[in-house]
Every structure is written in structure tokens, then in C-alpha cells.
Design a protein around this ligand. Structure first.
Ligand SMILES: Cc1ncc(COP(=O)(O)O)c(C=O)c1O
Length: 389
């Protein structure tokens, strides 16, 4: 089998930069103790890395108070905290049909329990929502608008700044799932009027799995959803209201934070915009190459502006899972097939009945050669199977 070509970076980026592995190893080998647990006397460097990472992320998200950058496990965990901590019985939420199950399921649970009402706005043929749909969906009891920044199926980057303006004018809170864009595409809480940004560390931020978080703006009424030790205010019977403690409990995943710290330093050295431009060059090459085969159906916009380097497609006559299995077994290409945890997107693009689509997603370590091999693999498979079903 040829060398593996990893084209599943929207699931998790791989490989991670050498610097991330090296820093995590060095950090965990030389630093003992739990952050902010006074009395251990050994946590100086740990506290410094944790607070520096909060600062770097806060800056990345256009925030102005790094204490409001809180850590949790991943984006799913962050979105659960937002949904549970922001919503009360009787509230209405606006979301979209482009969302990942990390958004949909926490909302469905509350909706099915009769606690909240939810409006699911549609997206157009190229994968974009319309801010006007958000505007016309606002009701008296609308508390929150919760949208992703980029779809993990179509790759379309949503009109977040326009939507943020509408939310601010309407007096509703705006939360963004930045899973596919944090560390890749600019997202600025201040400029875009975003109140809460949920992120995950293991995708474009180039960190390990098990670390993610939330940036929470000022005066956002988010309650703690879990309670416990914080290392400070131990005399209180209730969980502290202060940030970051309000949304964190128990010992922090300092190894994950260290990985994020190294990932952020690596990104800053390479230049986030430079990496994105290079990935989008590869995406353009992939899109044009797949189109030129004349035998695949592509589900993405026809232009690179407002796009993430994600491309979903199908080979007519072949189920996505089978195409993925052949790509993997015969060509060494790792990709993702199925519904991509975003079933409403597949309903919208008509691929739900086909058991989803094949998704290629590009990362910083992909090359033109990878893309050319992927195009020719798809072309060969299509030539063999098209019209078989
Ligand atoms: C748009 C979107 N939201 C949420 C998630 C969930 O991220 P995590 O698995 O890190 O919680 C993903 C991951 O695939 C995603 O693409």
C-alpha cells in the first residue's frame, strides 16, 4: 500500500507539529503540581503556562479579559456548558440546519423536555445561512442565537459579523461554534458582536485531544453547570462566580493546555493567514481536479472566499462508505464518510438517503502531491464503479 495520505483534518488535525509533542513531553516531565493549588510551592511555571495560554487564546478571539477564557474538554463540552448555562425554561433559541450534533443534541434534549423552543434556519445551495432569517426568527422570548462559524460538511464560512450585528440590535445573546475555524480563520468577539465562542483544541489550533474551551464576553448571564474544587475560595459552600472558576472545576488538563500553548506558538510562527491561504490553494486544486474527472458530485461553494478547506462529494453509483473503504484500502487515503455528525446538512443537500458523502479535509501538512493522488484515486474509482448501483 502507498504511504498514507491523511485528509481527515476536519475531524482532527494530523500530524501535530513536532514542537507540540516536544513541548508536552518536556513540560510534563519537568513540571509537577496542580495549577493555583497554593501550598505545593512548585506550580509557578504551570500557572504561567496556563495564564499565558488563556491570554493567547483571548487575544486570538478578540477578547479583552483572559480570565473569561475557560478550559473544558472539547467543543461539545463547551457547547453543552453554553446551552445548559444560558437557557431557562420558556426561552427560544435560533440555530441552523448546518449544525453539528454537538449543537443539535443539547438543544434537542431541552426541546424534547418541553423546556425551550428552537428555530432551525435553512441554508442556501452553496451552504450559507442568511442573516435575514435570523432577524425574522427573533421572538419576544429569544434568548440565544447559536451557530457554527464554518460547516464541517460544506466548509462554508457563515456571515457571522452580519449576524452578530442583528443579535446585538435585537438584544439577544450570540454564541458561535468555532470548532472548524479557531486557529484557521479570523473570529473576533468584539468586532463581530459575539458573546460566547466555543472552541476545540485538537483541530486547527494544533493541540491534543481533550482540551477546548469557551470565551465568554462581559455581562453574559451564564451559570455554572458543574460544581467542585477550584483550588481557591475553598471556604465557600457554593461554586465561585468569578471567572475562570465559574466554568471550570477540578484539576485542569494542564498537559492539554501545554499542547495548546505549543500549538498556538507554532501557528503564530507560521502565520495563521499563511497556513489558511496555502490550504485553500490545495482545496482549489482538489475542487478543480475532482470537477475535471467529470464523474463526481461536489457539495460546496464554487469559490474559495468564505470557505474552509473541506470538500464533500459522492461518486454516483457508489455508497460513500464503500468509496471511503476503497480509498483507504487501495490508495492509503484517510477520509471521513457518512453523515459527519451533521444529519440536517445531509438532509439539506439530499445526501441523507445516500448514507451521506465522502469528505476530504486539508491540513497544514498536506501537499500538492497528496491532492493529485487523491484526485487520481477518485477518478480511477469513479471509472470503475459509476453506474453500478
Ligand atoms: C462544527 C463542529 N462542531 C463541533 C464539533 C465537535 O468537536 P469536538 O469533538 O472537539 O467536541 C465538531 C467536530 O467535528 C465540528 O466540526
Amino acid at each position: 500500500m502507498p504511504d498514507t495520505i491523511y485528509l481527515d483534518n476536519a475531524a482532527t488535525t494530523y500530524p501535530k507539529p513536532r514542537e507540540v509533542h516536544d513541548f508536552m513531553h518536556e513540560f510534563y516531565s519537568t513540571c509537577g503540581g496542580s495549577p493555583e493549588r497554593t501550598g505545593s510551592g512548585a506550580t509557578g511555571r504551570i500557572d504561567q503556562i496556563v495564564s499565558q495560554t488563556r491570554k493567547m487564546l483571548c487575544e486570538l478571539f478578540g477578547g479583552n479579559d483572559s480570565k473569561r477564557l475557560t478550559f473544558c474538554y472539547n467543543a461539545s463540552d463547551a457547547i453543552n456548558q453554553i446551552v445548559q448555562g444560558m437557557l431557562s425554561p420558556g426561552d427560544h433559541v435560533i440555530t441552523s440546519r448546518l449544525e453539528h450534533n454537538s449543537v443539535l443534541r443539547p438543544l434537542y434534549h431541552k426541546e424534547q423536555a418541553g423546556e425551550i423552543e428552537v428555530t432551525y434556519i435553512p441554508f442556501d445551495g452553496a451552504g450559507f445561512i442568511s442573516p435575514d432569517d435570523v432577524k425574522t426568527s427573533v421572538r419576544k422570548n429569544t434568548k440565544l442565537v447559536l451557530l457554527n462559524h464554518a460547516s464541517n460538511v460544506t466548509g462554508a464560512v457563515q456571515p457571522i459579523a452580519e449576524t452578530g450585528k442583528i443579535c446585538r440590535e435585537a438584544g439577544v445573546y450570540f454564541a458561535v461554534d468555532a470548532s472548524q475555524t479557531a486557529g484557521a480563520i479570523k473570529i473576533d468577539a468584539r468586532e463581530m458582536n459575539i458573546d460566547l465562542i466555543a472552541f476545540t483544541g485538537h483541530k486547527s489550533l494544533m493541540g491534543p485531544v481533550g482540551i477546548g474551551g469557551i470565551y465568554t464576553g462581559e455581562n453574559i448571564p451564564i451559570s455554572a453547570t458543574r460544581f467542585g474544587g477550584t483550588g481557591v475560595f475553598s471556604e465557600l459552600r457554593t461554586h465561585p462566580e468569578e471567572f475562570p472558576y465559574r466554568l471550570e472545576c477540578g484539576t485542569l488538563n494542564i498537559l492539554g493546555v501545554a499542547g495548546l500553548y505549543a500549538g498556538l506558538n507554532w501557528l503564530n510562527k507560521q502565520g495563521i493567514e499563511h497556513i489558511h491561504a496555502r490550504e485553500m490553494d490545495l482545496w482549489d486544486r482538489l475542487r478543480q481536479g475532482l470537477r475535471a474527472t467529470g464523474s463526481v458530485i461536489i457539495y460546496c461553494a464554487d469559490r474559495r472566499e468564505n470557505h474552509a478547506p473541506i470538500l464533500s462529494f459522492n461518486i454516483p453509483g457508489l455508497e460513500a462508505a464503500d468509496a471511503g473503504a476503497i480509498l483507504n484500502a487501495d490508495y492509503g487515503i484517510v477520509c471521513r464518510t457518512g453523515l459527519h455528525c451533521a444529519p440536517l446538512v445531509h438532509e439539506g443537500i439530499g445526501t441523507d438517503k445516500l448514507y451521506g458523502a465522502v469528505r476530504f479535509s486539508i491540513g497544514p501538512f498536506n501537499t500538492e502531491e497528496h491532492i493529485d493522488r487523491a484526485i487520481s484515486a477518485v477518478g480511477e474509482i469513479a471509472a470503475m464503479y459509476t453506474g453500478n448501483l
